[in-house]
Design a protein around this ligand. Structure first.
Ligand SMILES: Cc1ncc(C[n+]2csc(CCOP(=O)(O)OP(=O)(O)O)c2C)c(N)n1
Length: 571
């Protein structure tokens, strides 16, 4: 890391330079920037810092979601720089998602100085705590002046970053900048002003060091010989979820792995449990559990949640955020630690369970799978369920798969027993906005062939994020399940009279022309076989879109039919 030099041409640029340098020293290297004049000091100093990777986009809403994708893929904090006004406000949905998914975003917004607020100055809005309680931390950075010591800036940054390290989530620094924003001809000498930072200037470490926080693992919890049902929800990385699957197998514990754990296809997992758990004989076997231990948060399956809500045994939760994660109001034991920390402590001291319970559960699962689920799914042809099932076999090993909200993520949870790839989604607030941008953020960081599975309304919502695709250097394949509007409302008790016009909003569009505009190869297969061929061709190309045109009600009708078969099964 190069040493800090103090020759900037004005105090705004100097403060911005200190800020960017300190963030870099804290390990922040990805900066997402949207254009604007007032944020110039931050933008130019980020651009000048050799350790910074810059990501640019004209739309702050999409930029926020791009940052989310970068952060979730890199497991690092990602900074966002915006100018003042509605530019900042456009980050709101991504900030909410970051808060609710514990993703580390750092907003650096430029603001008018106090004398230009509330007096009709151009592009001035109230940015003070604009994201309300969503950020873990907010600091108003005053207008840069020699009257305020540079230590203030560095220690304020540290305060926010420390909270972020402990709790995970977004933080916000709002910078008052008064002109000039741009460099002038002569560089001023800030040597005396920076004297209190002498040690920092000669070093490459942050001004304030942060020790690693200890987890609060409790002693003496013995689960040996207990019937433990392991549930895996959203996991941060595949190594972690693989270790949990191994632990479950070693202990003879049944495993129910959500698609977001990237272990749905693990042989230990009782796949399609969302569909099968309502079958009486299987349910009775699962109810024998003494303890349900859930790793991670944001469980997708409503049926599994209902099972946990009415379960009479203990329900334990292991998740490394400090947020309250207990929508069922059911948690009996909460571990604030990462699943890996938990395993390190409990795996060596836990004795395996007798294999009989797991054997009975697996036998019944196999019967339901073989006689009901498998025959049903294999006869569907080109359908949303069919595409999701076929995709599992096409994905490249360990490639990222981003799955959009509404039906795509639910279908994947039910019908895609995949372990081939790392799964990503925006399930913190489950918005249908920003999915394209987040998926591109993941792909950009991973630099691997990536796939996005998305509904048509969600695709339309984030259409302008297709402009980000040119920043990718690896193949990116978008699969749009186009059922002409929101098909999820077929699953809900929406009154028929209003369903189409007030909820589903059919648009009658296809996406051929969008592809032409953004230089995307376009495919529209009319059979499952051609879909597979198209996907293989897309793997050889750069950016491709496969549009699956499907009748709006088809998917939900098929799910309802299958559920009836399962519930009526007398096996
Ligand atoms: C930002 C936002 N607005 C509205 C919703 C409510 N909503 C949930 S699903 C959905 C329809 C999604 O349609 P589509 O993307 O086509 O997927 P499909 O339902 O067909 O699977 C809507 C409007 C939401 N989740 N997020």
């Amino acid at each position: 890391m190069a040493k800090f030099t103090d020759n900037t041409s004005n105090i705004n640029l100097l403060w911005a330079k200190l800020c960017i340098e300190e963030l870099v020293r804290h390990g922040v290297t990805d900066f997402c920037i949207a254009p604007g004049s007032r944020s110039t000091p931050l933008t130019l100093m980020a651009a000048a810092n050799k350790n910074v990777h810059i990501h640019l986009h004209f739309d702050e809403r999409g930029l926020g979601f791009l940052a989310l994708g970068l952060s979730v893929a890199s497991l690092k904090s990602v900074a966002i720089i915006t100018t003042s006004g509605t530019a900042v406000a456009n980050l709101y949905p991504a900030i909410i998602e970051a808060k609710q998914s514990n993703i580390n975003l750092i907003v650096l917004s430029a603001d008018r100085p106090p004398e230009l607020l509330d007096c009709g100055a151009n592009q001035a809005i109230d940015q003070h705590r604009i994201f309300s309680h969503y950020p873990l931390f907010f600091a108003q950075i005053p207008t840069p002046t020699l009257a305020i010591s540079p230590n203030f800036l560095l220690t304020t940054l540290h305060q926010g970053l420390q909270l972020q390290q402990q709790q995970c989530g977004p933080i916000h620094f709002n910078f008052s900048f008064a002109a000039p924003f741009y460099p002038q001809d002569d560089a001023s000498n800030y040597h005396d002003y920076l004297a209190p930072l002498q040690h920092w200037l000669n070093d490459t470490k942050p001004f304030t060091q942060r020790p690693n926080m200890q987890s609060d693992l409790v002693e003496h919890v013995d689960i040996s010989h207990k019937k433990v049902l392991i549930v895996m929800a959203r996991m941060k990385n595949k190594e972690e979820s693989t270790d949990i699957a191994h632990f479950a197998a070693k202990m003879h514990y049944p495993l129910l792995a959500d698609i977001q754990s990237s272990q749905a296809g693990n042989l230990t997992n009782l796949c399609a449990y969302d569909l099968l758990i309502t079958q009486n004989n299987w349910l009775t076997l699962l109810q024998e559990a003494d303890i349900v231990i859930q790793f991670g948060e944001q469980l997708l399956s409503t049926n599994l949640s209902q099972f946990i809500a009415s379960f009479s045994g203990q329900y334990w939760l292991v998740a490394d955020s400090t947020q309250r994660i207990d929508a069922l109001h059911r948690v009996n034991f909460r571990f604030n630690c990462s699943p890996i920390q938990w395993l390190k402590k409990y795996s060596p001291i836990t004795l395996p369970l007798d294999a009989d319970w797991l054997k009975r559960i697996k036998e019944q699962h196999n019967r339901l799978h073989k006689y009901i689920l498998q025959p049903f799914v294999s006869n569907l042809g080109l359908s949303e369920i069919g595409v999701v099932g076929a995709l599992d076999k096409l994905l490249i090993e360990n490639s990222p798969l981003f799955i959009g909200n509404s039906m795509p993520i639910r279908l994947a949870d039910m019908f895609m027993p995949t372990q081939r790839c790392q799964i990503y989604s925006n399930r913190g607030a489950s918005g249908i906005d920003g999915i394209i941008a987040s998926a591109i953020g993941v792909a950009k960081h991973k630099k691997l062939t990536s796939t996005l599975l998305i509904g048509d309304t969600s695709f339309l919502y984030d259409l302008n994020s297709l402009a980000l695709l040119k920043q990718l250097s690896t193949p990116f394949i978008i699969i749009v399940l186009n059922n002409d509007g929101g098909s999820i409302f077929n699953l809900l008790p929406v009154p028929n009279a209003q369903k189409r016009d007030f909820y589903q909003l059919p648009h009658g569009l296809d996406f051929r022309a969008s592809c032409q505009q953004f230089s995307i190869a376009y495919y529209c297969p009319n059979s499952l076989e051609i879909f597979s061929e198209n996907y293989q061709s897309a793997l050889q190309g750069s950016i491709s879109l496969i549009e699956i045109q499907i009748e709006n009600k088809q998917c939900v009708q098929q799910i309802k039919q299958l559920k009836e078969l399962i519930n009526d099964a007398s096996i």
